[in-house]
Every structure is written in structure tokens, then in C-alpha cells.
Design a protein around this ligand. Sequence first.
Ligand code: NBP
Length: 480
Amino acid sequence: MTHARIGVIGLAVMGSNLARNLARHGHPVALYNRTTERTRELVAQHGDEGTFVPAETPEEFVASLERPRRLVVMVKAGAPTDAVIDQFAALLEEGDVIIDGGNAHFEDTRRREAALTERGLHFVGTGISGGEEGALNGPSIMPGGSPEAYASLAPMLEDIAAKADDGQPCVTHVGPDGAGHFVKMVHNGIEYADMQLIAEAYDLLRQAGGMRPAEIADVFSQWNTGRLRSYLVEITAEVLRHTDPETGQPFVEIVADQAEQKGTGRWTVEVALELGVPVTGIAEAVFSRSLSAHTDLRSAARDFPGPTPEPFSESAAHDLARAVEEALYASKIVAYAQGFHQVAAGSAEYGWDIDLGAVAAIWRAGCIIRADFLDDIRAAYAEDPQLATLLAAPRFAAAVEGAQRAWRLVVSLAAEHGIPAPGFSAALAYYDALRADRLPAALIQAQRDFFGAHTYRRTDRPGVFHTLWSEGRTEELMGE
Ligand code: NBP
């Protein structure tokens, strides 16, 4: 009997493509799916791509694996993943490794890892990005779990991962227990922010600039030859160029303007709130999708008054496109700075010791946010691993300085024209708040002390104070 080096449980689109990717790289793969038909289909259609060892029962599947056994679970996240883990863990032995490649919440991963570690099993919660195409041809892979488990998987994961331009595989051991799924969550949050910023850039060119989608497609294609070069900008140009075959209209104009979401953006914001990390770009992106879906609110507001600005001339629209590129780049730097701040905060909170530069490096290819920009982030952390924020990296500080005039212009123009640009505006507000000498947080502290005796600190001497507001007297309180 052929022993498989690794096995995949769950052969829907992601699992079957991942299994094929492994097989194509010469790794014999055991296959199991609850509905056997899927297993048979995979072997019938792609059996010639490598060595597959199909199994019809969990016992047969486990028996076909070399030791330590390595099982990749690619089933629906949540209860199905728990059910599959329980079912297979009962058949395993000490030292075997279960890899969850689904979109699990990192807290679930921490819980599962703790439970399986007690049973002597390794559990590797792994973020996988790149969708079905990535799973087949090279995803970005973000594994957590123990270093020992990672070592036993690394050669296979490196084979199947996407490769960056320098040839490096887009996989690294992110950190213990839930670190991999945490980083995947933030990846998705950043993806939300990036998509929102791109959508706002489009909207400004469409509404303020009066450009047609096909013209904007050309602008995006042009941007894709420069510092904004990325998968998302590239596909945006393609989408904008697409004509609806039924109506002959620009495709984007016949798509209903209500964005949906699966929940990873919301998780990112929820966790950021818990950690106290201001990921305003991601939050605005999540809320913008929610707002778009509130058709009731939107129809109630349809007749609210707004400005009636002059339309742009053609040459002014051209200048606008240049300014929007600057605003998009600067806002993007802020969004990524916030996302990396969240990764750093999660790493500190859970003791993961995540290498931020390595995270940027594995996002350079294979995943949805892949971009040249990620290599700049990798380089920024290589130059200074202790960076407090990406905005302080000389390369990004210089870019923002160069962009800020246009950035401010674009945000004010959006307000003047009554075009919502929450991503651009929030990014600029974040930047201005960070660089402010004084923030009105001082007034908020004073208000808090007034109504709730919440105390405050002073700028002129150490200590904690409370003002007796009715008496106009200040007390210095001992201790904190
Ligand atoms: P789905 O998320 O649609 O899940 C379908 C698979 O789960 C099938 O193999 C199904 O078996 C199996 N399954 C279910 Br549902 N309940 C089960 C149970 N109780 N016991 C055993 N098997 C069960 O598949 P997918 O879209 O390929 O995604 C797989 C994982 O990868 C998910 O966690 C997803 O979030 C994640 N992911 C997806 C993408 C993407 O682009 N789609 C990207 C990155 C990560 P059956 O055939 O018998 O019904």
C-alpha cells in the first residue's frame, strides 16, 4: 500500500485544489471527504497529476498516512471543523499533526490547539489566502502552532506556496497557537481597507472627474505600472473595462451597489477594539459595506440636500487623477500601518513574537493583497525591526510628505462635491492625529473628571488629579 506524506480532509474547492497542488509537487496525498463522490471525482478528473491515495472511511484515511501523520482539514469553518477534528483526533497517535487550513477565528484555534496539545497532538491553525486559484497554483500560507510541527511541514508548504519575485516561498512560521489565523484575519481586514480605498478613488474620478469606467480603467492600468502595482489595482482595471454583455453598459454600473461581507473584516475590527488598536481604515471599510447594504436608510435619505459643484474640465480631470493617485497611496500606507500595528499588538498580547517583516514578506505573492508595496514594508522592517509605526519608516514618511498636499486636496474636494470618501478622510485624520502636538483628548479627560470623577494627569507635574468642580479646588490623589 502506498503511504501518503500528507492527507487532505474536505475536498470542496479549496481542499481539492490544495491536494492537487501538493500532488503536483510530488507529495503523495491521501484524500477523504464526507461525501465520497467528491473524492472519486477528484481522482477521476485529476488522478494523473500526481499520487493520490483516496479513502472512503476516516480509518482507511488515517491508515494510509506515513508517521507522524499530517492531516490538513479544509472543511467549513466553525462547527464542521470541530466535528472533523474530534472525529480524526480519536484515531491519531502522539506526535501526529492536524492542520486547519480553514478560515477559523484565532480564538477557536487557540482553544483547539490547547485541547489537542493535552492529547499529545500538534495543531497547526493555518491561514491560507489566494482563493481557489491560489490553493492550486500557490497561496500565501500563514501557519501557527508549535515550531516542531512547522518543521515537519515546512518542506511541503514551501513547495506549494506562492513564490515572491526574489524566489522566496510565501510561507513562514508566524508564531505559536493562533498566530497564523490572527495574521490571516488582519490580512483580510487590510484587504477590506484596500478595496474601500480603491473604490473611493474610482468614485471620485467617476463623480467629480466625470470620467467613464473605461477611462478610469486606463488610469488604474497606468497606476499599476507604478508604486501602486498590485493584484487589486490590476483586477480593478479589468473589472472597469468589462462591458455587460446583456445591456452593453459598463459592467460596474449594472452591479447593485450593496456590498456583502463574510465576517473576517468584522472580526478584525472587533479584535482591534478589544486590543485598543485604532484600525480606522478597516473599520470604515467594514461600516461602508454595512451602510451600502442599508437600502432602507439610503432611500429615506435620497432627497437630503447636497452641494451642486461645477463639473470638471477634461484637463482638470487629468490633474484629479494624479492627485487621487497620491491620496490613494498615502491612505494605503496608513491602512497598512494600522494593520501591522494590530499584528504587533496581538503578538504582544498573546506572546507570539511575530516577525512583522516576515509577515510582509509572505504577503508579497499568492494572497489577495499581494503587491510590490509589501516588499517595501518588508524592507522597512528589515531596516528597523523596532519601528513604532510604518509611517515612521523613512521611505513611507517621504512618500506621505510628498503626497500630502494632493491628499488634503482630494479629501476637501470630496467634501465639497458631497462624495463620501470615508477611507481617505479617516486615513488623513489618523495621520494628523498622530502628528498633532496636542489632541483634544485633554478636553475629554477634563469632561470625564467633571461628570464622573475619572481623574486626569497634568502636563506640568506627575501624579493623578481630580478637581472638586463645585469648589474649584484640585486634589492630588495618591497611587494610580
Ligand atoms: P466549504 O467551506 O464550502 O466547505 C465544504 C466542505 O466541508 C466539504 O468538503 C464538506 O463535505 C465539508 N463539510 C461540511 Br460543510 N460539514 C462537514 C462535516 N460536519 N463533516 C465533514 N465534512 C464537512 O469549502 P471551501 O470553500 O473549499 O473552503 C474550505 C475552508 O477553506 C473553509 O474553512 C473556508 O473558509 C476556507 N477558505 C476558503 C477560501 C475560498 O476562497 N473559498 C479561501 C481561503 C480559505 P461534503 O462534501 O460532504 O458536504
